[in-house]
Design a protein around this ligand. Sequence first.
Ligand code: GLN
Length: 470
Amino acid sequence: MIDLKNLTTAKAHESLKKGDYTVRELAEAYLTNIKERNKELNVFLEVFDDILEQAEIAQKRFSDGSATLLTGIPVAIKDNILIQGRKVSSASKILLGYTATYDATVITKLKNEGVVFMGRTNMDEFAMGGSTENSAFGVTKNPLDSTRVPGGSSGGSAASVAMNGALVALGSDTGGSIRQPGSFCGVVGLKPTYGSVSRNGLIAMGSSLDVIGPLTRTIDDAKIVFNAIRGSDAFDSTTLPDSYYDKKHEKKKIVVGIPKEIQDLKGVSSDVLKHFEETKEKLKKAGVEIKEVSLKQLANALACYYIIMPAEVSSNLGRFDGFRFGTKIEGETLLDEYVATRGEGFGSEARRRIILGTYVLSAGYYDAYYGKAEALRALIKKDFQNAFEEVSVIMTPTVPSTAFKIGEKSEDPLSMYAADMFTVPANLAGVPAISVTTGFDSDNMPFGTQFIAPHTREDLLFEAGSFVSI
Ligand code: GLN
Protein backbone atom coordinates (compact mmCIF):
# COMPACT_ATOMS: atom_id res chain seq x y z
CA MET A 1 0.00 0.00 0.00
CA ILE A 2 1.35 3.40 -0.97
CA ASP A 3 0.77 5.98 1.75
CA LEU A 4 -0.98 8.55 -0.46
CA LYS A 5 -1.99 10.77 2.49
CA ASN A 6 1.60 11.70 3.20
CA LEU A 7 2.93 11.51 -0.32
CA THR A 8 4.78 14.41 -1.95
CA THR A 9 6.28 14.77 -5.39
CA ALA A 10 9.80 14.43 -4.00
CA LYS A 11 8.93 11.27 -2.04
CA ALA A 12 7.11 9.71 -5.00
CA HIS A 13 10.07 10.53 -7.24
CA GLU A 14 12.51 8.84 -4.86
CA SER A 15 10.32 5.74 -4.61
CA LEU A 16 9.83 5.52 -8.37
CA LYS A 17 13.57 5.89 -8.88
CA LYS A 18 14.39 3.21 -6.36
CA GLY A 19 11.70 0.95 -7.79
CA ASP A 20 9.68 0.69 -4.54
CA TYR A 21 6.69 0.86 -6.87
CA THR A 22 6.10 1.54 -10.55
CA VAL A 23 4.42 4.52 -12.19
CA ARG A 24 1.55 2.20 -13.02
CA GLU A 25 1.13 1.10 -9.40
CA LEU A 26 1.17 4.72 -8.29
CA ALA A 27 -1.50 5.67 -10.84
CA GLU A 28 -3.57 2.62 -9.86
CA ALA A 29 -3.49 3.65 -6.21
CA TYR A 30 -5.07 6.99 -7.13
CA LEU A 31 -7.48 5.30 -9.53
CA THR A 32 -8.74 3.06 -6.73
CA ASN A 33 -9.72 6.15 -4.73
CA ILE A 34 -11.39 7.71 -7.73
CA LYS A 35 -13.40 4.55 -8.35
CA GLU A 36 -14.43 4.43 -4.71
CA ARG A 37 -15.46 8.03 -4.23
CA ASN A 38 -16.02 9.86 -7.51
CA LYS A 39 -19.64 8.77 -7.86
CA GLU A 40 -20.48 10.36 -4.55
CA LEU A 41 -18.22 13.42 -4.79
CA ASN A 42 -18.44 14.25 -8.54
CA VAL A 43 -14.86 15.53 -8.63
CA PHE A 44 -13.82 14.22 -12.06
CA LEU A 45 -16.02 14.90 -15.08
CA GLU A 46 -13.92 12.40 -16.98
CA VAL A 47 -11.29 9.91 -15.93
CA PHE A 48 -8.95 9.37 -18.86
CA ASP A 49 -8.93 6.01 -20.60
CA ASP A 50 -5.18 5.98 -21.33
CA ILE A 51 -3.77 6.37 -17.81
CA LEU A 52 -1.98 3.01 -17.89
CA GLU A 53 -0.46 3.74 -21.32
CA GLN A 54 0.76 7.11 -20.07
CA ALA A 55 2.23 5.29 -17.06
CA GLU A 56 4.15 2.85 -19.28
CA ILE A 57 5.69 5.72 -21.25
CA ALA A 58 6.67 7.55 -18.05
CA GLN A 59 8.17 4.35 -16.62
CA LYS A 60 10.60 4.18 -19.55
CA ARG A 61 12.05 7.53 -18.51
CA PHE A 62 13.10 5.98 -15.22
CA SER A 63 14.97 3.24 -17.05
CA ASP A 64 16.63 5.55 -19.58
CA GLY A 65 17.55 8.13 -16.94
CA SER A 66 15.55 11.03 -18.38
CA ALA A 67 13.01 11.19 -15.54
CA THR A 68 12.40 14.58 -13.91
CA LEU A 69 10.78 15.27 -10.54
CA LEU A 70 7.36 15.28 -12.17
CA THR A 71 7.75 12.19 -14.35
CA GLY A 72 5.03 9.67 -13.52
CA ILE A 73 3.25 12.04 -11.12
CA PRO A 74 -0.58 11.77 -11.33
CA VAL A 75 -2.05 15.17 -12.23
CA ALA A 76 -5.69 16.33 -12.45
CA ILE A 77 -6.63 19.13 -14.85
CA LYS A 78 -9.41 21.68 -14.51
CA ASP A 79 -11.97 21.39 -17.30
CA ASN A 80 -11.06 24.77 -18.80
CA ILE A 81 -7.51 23.81 -19.85
CA LEU A 82 -7.13 22.29 -23.32
CA ILE A 83 -5.61 18.87 -23.89
CA GLN A 84 -5.41 18.02 -27.58
CA GLY A 85 -7.91 15.36 -28.65
CA ARG A 86 -9.71 15.44 -25.30
CA LYS A 87 -13.11 16.84 -24.46
CA VAL A 88 -13.11 20.18 -22.66
CA SER A 89 -16.24 22.01 -21.57
CA SER A 90 -15.55 24.60 -18.85
CA ALA A 91 -18.42 22.72 -17.17
CA SER A 92 -20.84 24.35 -19.61
CA LYS A 93 -23.55 22.82 -21.75
CA ILE A 94 -22.60 25.25 -24.50
CA LEU A 95 -19.36 23.31 -25.08
CA LEU A 96 -21.01 19.89 -25.03
CA GLY A 97 -19.26 17.60 -27.48
CA TYR A 98 -16.34 19.97 -28.10
CA THR A 99 -12.87 18.41 -28.42
CA ALA A 100 -9.70 20.47 -27.95
CA THR A 101 -7.67 20.90 -31.12
CA TYR A 102 -4.39 21.78 -29.42
CA ASP A 103 -2.55 21.53 -26.11
CA ALA A 104 -2.51 24.48 -23.73
CA THR A 105 1.08 25.60 -23.16
CA VAL A 106 0.96 24.33 -19.57
CA ILE A 107 -0.10 20.91 -20.90
CA THR A 108 2.78 20.82 -23.40
CA LYS A 109 5.12 21.62 -20.53
CA LEU A 110 3.69 18.90 -18.30
CA LYS A 111 3.79 16.40 -21.17
CA ASN A 112 7.49 17.18 -21.55
CA GLU A 113 7.90 16.31 -17.87
CA GLY A 114 6.14 12.99 -18.46
CA VAL A 115 3.32 13.41 -15.93
CA VAL A 116 0.30 11.10 -15.94
CA PHE A 117 -2.93 12.98 -16.64
CA MET A 118 -5.71 11.40 -14.57
CA GLY A 119 -8.70 13.32 -15.86
CA ARG A 120 -10.53 16.60 -16.05
CA THR A 121 -12.09 18.09 -12.97
CA ASN A 122 -15.42 19.77 -12.29
CA MET A 123 -15.67 23.53 -11.86
CA ASP A 124 -18.11 26.42 -11.84
CA GLU A 125 -19.27 27.08 -15.40
CA PHE A 126 -16.62 29.17 -17.19
CA ALA A 127 -14.91 29.56 -13.80
CA MET A 128 -17.69 31.79 -12.48
CA GLY A 129 -18.40 31.00 -8.89
CA GLY A 130 -16.99 30.09 -5.54
CA SER A 131 -18.58 26.73 -4.77
CA THR A 132 -18.62 24.55 -7.93
CA GLU A 133 -22.42 24.65 -7.64
CA ASN A 134 -22.58 26.52 -10.96
CA SER A 135 -21.37 23.52 -12.97
CA ALA A 136 -23.75 22.26 -15.66
CA PHE A 137 -22.74 18.77 -14.53
CA GLY A 138 -23.77 18.89 -10.87
CA VAL A 139 -22.08 20.07 -7.72
CA THR A 140 -18.80 18.65 -6.45
CA LYS A 141 -18.85 17.68 -2.78
CA ASN A 142 -16.09 18.51 -0.36
CA PRO A 143 -14.14 15.27 0.35
CA LEU A 144 -13.66 16.36 3.98
CA ASP A 145 -17.44 16.70 4.54
CA SER A 146 -19.74 15.80 1.70
CA THR A 147 -22.53 18.11 2.93
CA ARG A 148 -20.26 21.06 2.15
CA VAL A 149 -18.99 22.74 -1.01
CA PRO A 150 -15.34 22.28 -2.02
CA GLY A 151 -15.13 25.98 -2.95
CA GLY A 152 -14.70 27.14 -6.49
CA SER A 153 -14.35 27.65 -9.22
CA SER A 154 -11.50 25.08 -9.20
CA GLY A 155 -13.45 22.98 -6.69
CA GLY A 156 -12.89 19.74 -8.60
CA SER A 157 -9.13 20.27 -8.78
CA ALA A 158 -8.85 21.08 -5.06
CA ALA A 159 -11.06 18.11 -4.19
CA SER A 160 -9.07 15.78 -6.47
CA VAL A 161 -5.99 16.39 -4.33
CA ALA A 162 -7.92 16.26 -1.04
CA MET A 163 -9.55 12.91 -1.97
CA ASN A 164 -6.25 11.45 -3.24
CA GLY A 165 -7.50 11.26 -6.80
CA ALA A 166 -4.30 12.95 -7.97
CA LEU A 167 -1.09 14.05 -6.28
CA VAL A 168 -1.26 17.55 -7.79
CA ALA A 169 -3.79 19.47 -9.88
CA LEU A 170 -4.01 22.54 -12.07
CA GLY A 171 -6.65 25.20 -11.54
CA SER A 172 -7.20 28.73 -12.77
CA ASP A 173 -7.62 31.85 -10.67
CA THR A 174 -9.43 35.00 -11.81
CA GLY A 175 -10.53 36.26 -8.41
CA GLY A 176 -9.62 33.48 -6.01
CA SER A 177 -10.56 30.25 -7.76
CA ILE A 178 -7.38 28.43 -6.79
CA ARG A 179 -6.88 29.84 -3.29
CA GLN A 180 -10.50 29.67 -2.10
CA PRO A 181 -11.09 25.97 -2.91
CA GLY A 182 -7.57 25.29 -1.63
CA SER A 183 -8.64 26.82 1.67
CA PHE A 184 -11.96 24.89 1.77
CA CYS A 185 -10.35 21.53 0.98
CA GLY A 186 -7.24 21.94 3.12
CA VAL A 187 -4.69 22.01 0.29
CA VAL A 188 -2.14 24.56 -0.91
CA GLY A 189 -3.34 26.84 -3.71
CA LEU A 190 -0.97 29.13 -5.60
CA LYS A 191 -2.12 31.99 -7.80
CA PRO A 192 1.07 32.96 -9.63
CA THR A 193 2.01 36.45 -10.83
CA TYR A 194 -0.16 37.51 -13.77
CA GLY A 195 1.79 36.66 -16.92
CA SER A 196 4.20 34.23 -15.29
CA VAL A 197 2.23 31.26 -16.65
CA SER A 198 0.91 31.23 -20.21
CA ARG A 199 -2.85 31.49 -20.69
CA ASN A 200 -2.60 29.92 -24.13
CA GLY A 201 -5.15 27.10 -24.14
CA LEU A 202 -6.99 28.29 -21.03
CA ILE A 203 -10.65 29.03 -21.80
CA ALA A 204 -10.73 32.73 -20.93
CA MET A 205 -12.86 34.25 -18.22
CA GLY A 206 -11.29 37.65 -17.44
CA SER A 207 -8.20 38.02 -19.61
CA SER A 208 -6.54 40.71 -17.51
CA LEU A 209 -7.04 38.64 -14.34
CA ASP A 210 -6.75 34.94 -15.26
CA VAL A 211 -3.76 32.82 -14.36
CA ILE A 212 -3.20 29.06 -14.17
CA GLY A 213 -1.65 27.63 -11.02
CA PRO A 214 -1.20 24.49 -8.91
CA LEU A 215 -3.24 22.91 -6.11
CA THR A 216 -1.06 20.59 -4.05
CA ARG A 217 -0.62 18.99 -0.64
CA THR A 218 2.55 20.89 0.21
CA ILE A 219 4.25 24.19 -0.49
CA ASP A 220 7.22 22.35 -1.99
CA ASP A 221 4.94 20.68 -4.50
CA ALA A 222 3.35 24.00 -5.44
CA LYS A 223 6.87 25.30 -6.11
CA ILE A 224 7.78 22.28 -8.26
CA VAL A 225 4.64 22.53 -10.40
CA PHE A 226 4.91 26.30 -10.70
CA ASN A 227 8.50 26.07 -11.91
CA ALA A 228 7.47 23.46 -14.47
CA ILE A 229 4.58 25.47 -15.95
CA ARG A 230 5.86 29.04 -15.88
CA GLY A 231 7.78 30.78 -18.64
CA SER A 232 7.42 33.26 -21.45
CA ASP A 233 5.38 32.01 -24.40
CA ALA A 234 5.10 33.28 -27.97
CA PHE A 235 1.43 32.20 -27.91
CA ASP A 236 0.58 34.59 -25.06
CA SER A 237 1.91 38.11 -25.50
CA THR A 238 1.10 38.96 -21.89
CA THR A 239 3.66 36.47 -20.54
CA LEU A 240 6.67 37.95 -18.76
CA PRO A 241 10.23 37.60 -20.07
CA ASP A 242 12.05 34.72 -18.36
CA SER A 243 14.74 37.12 -17.19
CA TYR A 244 12.28 38.44 -14.58
CA TYR A 245 12.64 35.15 -12.73
CA ASP A 246 16.40 34.85 -13.21
CA LYS A 247 17.04 37.91 -11.07
CA LYS A 248 18.92 37.14 -7.88
CA HIS A 249 17.36 38.75 -4.82
CA GLU A 250 19.31 39.73 -1.79
CA LYS A 251 18.37 37.44 1.13
CA LYS A 252 16.44 39.43 3.72
CA LYS A 253 14.46 38.53 6.81
CA ILE A 254 10.77 38.27 5.97
CA VAL A 255 8.55 41.03 7.29
CA VAL A 256 4.82 40.23 7.23
CA GLY A 257 2.33 43.06 6.75
CA ILE A 258 -1.19 42.91 8.17
CA PRO A 259 -3.66 45.32 6.53
CA LYS A 260 -5.30 47.35 9.28
CA GLU A 261 -8.50 47.54 7.18
CA ILE A 262 -9.25 43.84 7.84
CA GLN A 263 -10.92 44.73 11.13
CA ASP A 264 -13.38 47.08 9.38
CA LEU A 265 -14.57 44.53 6.84
CA LYS A 266 -18.09 43.27 7.32
CA GLY A 267 -19.00 39.61 7.03
CA VAL A 268 -15.82 37.95 8.25
CA SER A 269 -16.71 35.11 10.61
CA SER A 270 -15.55 35.46 14.21
CA ASP A 271 -13.91 32.02 13.95
CA VAL A 272 -11.83 33.19 11.01
CA LEU A 273 -10.79 36.37 12.83
CA LYS A 274 -9.86 34.43 15.95
CA HIS A 275 -7.84 31.96 13.94
CA PHE A 276 -6.12 34.82 12.13
CA GLU A 277 -5.00 36.29 15.46
CA GLU A 278 -3.61 32.89 16.46
CA THR A 279 -1.74 32.67 13.16
CA LYS A 280 -0.18 36.07 13.82
CA GLU A 281 0.97 34.82 17.23
CA LYS A 282 2.46 31.75 15.63
CA LEU A 283 4.44 33.92 13.24
CA LYS A 284 5.69 36.08 16.11
CA LYS A 285 6.76 33.00 18.03
CA ALA A 286 8.70 31.89 14.97
CA GLY A 287 10.58 35.17 15.21
CA VAL A 288 8.95 36.80 12.18
CA GLU A 289 8.51 40.56 12.30
CA ILE A 290 4.93 41.75 11.81
CA LYS A 291 4.01 45.26 10.74
CA GLU A 292 0.69 46.97 10.21
CA VAL A 293 0.17 48.20 6.65
CA SER A 294 -2.68 49.98 4.94
CA LEU A 295 -4.59 48.74 1.91
CA LYS A 296 -6.97 51.69 1.74
CA GLN A 297 -9.09 50.23 -1.05
CA LEU A 298 -9.45 46.75 0.44
CA ALA A 299 -13.18 47.24 1.09
CA ASN A 300 -13.72 48.48 -2.49
CA ALA A 301 -11.82 45.73 -4.29
CA LEU A 302 -14.85 43.45 -4.50
CA ALA A 303 -16.99 46.10 -6.23
CA CYS A 304 -14.13 46.88 -8.61
CA TYR A 305 -13.67 43.20 -9.49
CA TYR A 306 -17.40 42.64 -10.04
CA ILE A 307 -17.36 45.40 -12.72
CA ILE A 308 -14.11 44.57 -14.52
CA MET A 309 -14.53 40.79 -14.50
CA PRO A 310 -18.07 40.70 -16.01
CA ALA A 311 -17.00 43.28 -18.60
CA GLU A 312 -14.24 40.91 -19.73
CA VAL A 313 -16.55 37.89 -19.41
CA SER A 314 -19.15 39.49 -21.69
CA SER A 315 -16.51 39.98 -24.34
CA ASN A 316 -14.76 36.60 -23.94
CA LEU A 317 -18.00 34.62 -24.03
CA GLY A 318 -19.13 36.34 -27.22
CA ARG A 319 -17.42 33.61 -29.24
CA PHE A 320 -19.83 30.93 -28.02
CA ASP A 321 -22.46 31.61 -30.63
CA GLY A 322 -23.44 28.13 -31.78
CA PHE A 323 -21.34 28.34 -34.93
CA ARG A 324 -17.77 28.11 -33.80
CA PHE A 325 -17.86 25.67 -30.90
CA GLY A 326 -20.08 23.05 -29.30
CA THR A 327 -23.84 23.30 -28.96
CA LYS A 328 -25.98 24.78 -31.73
CA ILE A 329 -29.74 25.10 -31.61
CA GLU A 330 -31.42 25.69 -34.97
CA GLY A 331 -33.84 28.57 -35.42
CA GLU A 332 -35.76 30.47 -38.10
CA THR A 333 -33.37 33.38 -38.28
CA LEU A 334 -29.75 33.94 -37.31
CA LEU A 335 -30.88 35.94 -34.29
CA ASP A 336 -33.20 33.11 -33.21
CA GLU A 337 -30.25 30.72 -33.34
CA TYR A 338 -28.05 32.98 -31.23
CA VAL A 339 -30.78 33.51 -28.67
CA ALA A 340 -31.72 29.84 -28.45
CA THR A 341 -28.13 28.57 -28.34
CA ARG A 342 -26.90 31.06 -25.77
CA GLY A 343 -30.12 30.92 -23.76
CA GLU A 344 -29.97 27.12 -23.55
CA GLY A 345 -26.23 26.69 -23.47
CA PHE A 346 -25.27 29.10 -20.68
CA GLY A 347 -26.33 28.60 -17.08
CA SER A 348 -27.85 31.41 -15.04
CA GLU A 349 -24.59 32.72 -13.52
CA ALA A 350 -22.94 32.99 -16.94
CA ARG A 351 -26.00 34.82 -18.29
CA ARG A 352 -26.08 37.13 -15.27
CA ARG A 353 -22.46 38.15 -15.83
CA ILE A 354 -22.80 38.57 -19.59
CA ILE A 355 -25.73 40.91 -19.05
CA LEU A 356 -23.96 42.85 -16.29
CA GLY A 357 -20.76 43.09 -18.34
CA THR A 358 -22.56 44.29 -21.43
CA TYR A 359 -24.32 46.90 -19.32
CA VAL A 360 -21.17 48.35 -17.72
CA LEU A 361 -19.49 48.54 -21.13
CA SER A 362 -22.43 50.15 -22.91
CA ALA A 363 -21.96 53.69 -24.25
CA GLY A 364 -24.17 55.36 -21.66
CA TYR A 365 -22.64 53.64 -18.63
CA TYR A 366 -19.01 53.02 -19.58
CA ASP A 367 -17.64 56.09 -17.79
CA ALA A 368 -19.86 55.67 -14.75
CA TYR A 369 -18.94 52.02 -14.14
CA TYR A 370 -16.13 50.54 -16.19
CA GLY A 371 -14.07 53.75 -16.27
CA LYS A 372 -14.43 54.20 -12.50
CA ALA A 373 -13.53 50.58 -11.83
CA GLU A 374 -10.36 50.93 -13.92
CA ALA A 375 -9.40 54.04 -11.94
CA LEU A 376 -10.02 52.17 -8.71
CA ARG A 377 -7.91 49.28 -9.97
CA ALA A 378 -4.98 51.69 -10.37
CA LEU A 379 -5.42 52.78 -6.74
CA ILE A 380 -5.47 49.16 -5.57
CA LYS A 381 -2.18 48.53 -7.39
CA LYS A 382 -0.74 51.62 -5.75
CA ASP A 383 -1.83 50.40 -2.30
CA PHE A 384 0.19 47.23 -2.85
CA GLN A 385 3.21 49.12 -4.16
CA ASN A 386 3.23 51.33 -1.08
CA ALA A 387 2.76 48.40 1.29
CA PHE A 388 5.58 46.41 -0.33
CA GLU A 389 7.98 49.24 0.40
CA GLU A 390 7.47 48.42 4.06
CA VAL A 391 6.99 44.65 4.14
CA SER A 392 7.98 41.54 2.16
CA VAL A 393 4.53 39.92 2.08
CA ILE A 394 0.99 40.69 3.22
CA MET A 395 -1.06 38.22 5.23
CA THR A 396 -4.87 37.91 5.31
CA PRO A 397 -7.36 35.10 5.82
CA THR A 398 -8.00 33.43 2.44
CA VAL A 399 -11.81 33.37 2.81
CA PRO A 400 -14.11 35.04 5.36
CA SER A 401 -15.48 31.62 6.40
CA THR A 402 -14.65 27.93 6.26
CA ALA A 403 -16.41 25.70 3.69
CA PHE A 404 -20.13 26.39 3.74
CA LYS A 405 -22.99 23.93 3.22
CA ILE A 406 -24.15 22.97 -0.25
CA GLY A 407 -27.11 25.22 -1.13
CA GLU A 408 -26.35 27.76 1.60
CA LYS A 409 -25.41 30.59 -0.76
CA SER A 410 -26.45 29.37 -4.18
CA GLU A 411 -29.71 31.35 -4.21
CA ASP A 412 -27.99 34.59 -3.22
CA PRO A 413 -25.25 35.61 -5.68
CA LEU A 414 -24.17 38.61 -3.59
CA SER A 415 -23.43 36.51 -0.52
CA MET A 416 -21.42 34.18 -2.76
CA TYR A 417 -19.47 37.14 -4.21
CA ALA A 418 -18.67 38.36 -0.69
CA ALA A 419 -16.61 35.20 -0.14
CA ASP A 420 -14.05 36.67 -2.58
CA MET A 421 -13.20 39.80 -0.55
CA PHE A 422 -9.67 38.71 0.38
CA THR A 423 -8.73 37.03 -2.88
CA VAL A 424 -9.70 39.52 -5.63
CA PRO A 425 -7.21 42.29 -4.75
CA ALA A 426 -4.22 40.17 -5.83
CA ASN A 427 -5.81 39.51 -9.25
CA LEU A 428 -6.62 43.19 -9.76
CA ALA A 429 -2.99 44.07 -8.99
CA GLY A 430 -1.53 41.06 -10.84
CA VAL A 431 0.58 40.06 -7.84
CA PRO A 432 1.11 36.45 -6.69
CA ALA A 433 -0.68 34.95 -3.69
CA ILE A 434 -0.86 31.61 -1.95
CA SER A 435 -3.31 29.94 0.42
CA VAL A 436 -1.94 27.48 2.95
CA THR A 437 -3.83 25.49 5.58
CA THR A 438 -3.13 26.83 9.04
CA GLY A 439 -5.73 25.16 11.27
CA PHE A 440 -9.20 23.62 11.63
CA ASP A 441 -12.49 24.88 13.06
CA SER A 442 -14.69 23.05 15.57
CA ASP A 443 -16.29 21.07 12.71
CA ASN A 444 -12.82 20.03 11.59
CA MET A 445 -12.98 22.14 8.43
CA PRO A 446 -9.72 23.78 7.38
CA PHE A 447 -8.78 27.46 7.74
CA GLY A 448 -6.65 28.88 4.94
CA THR A 449 -4.28 31.78 5.38
CA GLN A 450 -3.28 33.88 2.39
CA PHE A 451 0.07 35.51 1.69
CA ILE A 452 0.47 38.09 -1.08
CA ALA A 453 3.87 39.12 -2.49
CA PRO A 454 5.21 41.65 -5.02
CA HIS A 455 5.30 40.68 -8.72
CA THR A 456 7.44 37.60 -9.48
CA ARG A 457 8.23 37.03 -5.80
CA GLU A 458 6.56 33.64 -5.41
CA ASP A 459 9.73 32.65 -3.52
CA LEU A 460 8.61 34.93 -0.65
CA LEU A 461 5.20 33.24 -0.58
CA PHE A 462 6.80 29.82 -0.21
CA GLU A 463 9.06 31.09 2.54
CA ALA A 464 6.37 32.95 4.50
CA GLY A 465 3.83 30.15 4.08
CA SER A 466 6.24 27.63 5.59
CA PHE A 467 6.18 29.42 8.96
CA VAL A 468 2.50 28.74 9.56
CA SER A 469 1.41 25.94 7.23
CA ILE A 470 0.44 22.70 8.97
N1 GLN B 1 -15.40 33.44 -7.12
C1 GLN B 1 -14.91 34.39 -8.07
C2 GLN B 1 -15.93 34.64 -9.14
O1 GLN B 1 -16.94 34.03 -9.12
C3 GLN B 1 -13.58 33.95 -8.63
C4 GLN B 1 -13.68 33.12 -9.84
C5 GLN B 1 -12.34 32.72 -10.38
O2 GLN B 1 -11.31 33.03 -9.82
N2 GLN B 1 -12.36 32.09 -11.53
O3 GLN B 1 -15.72 35.46 -9.99
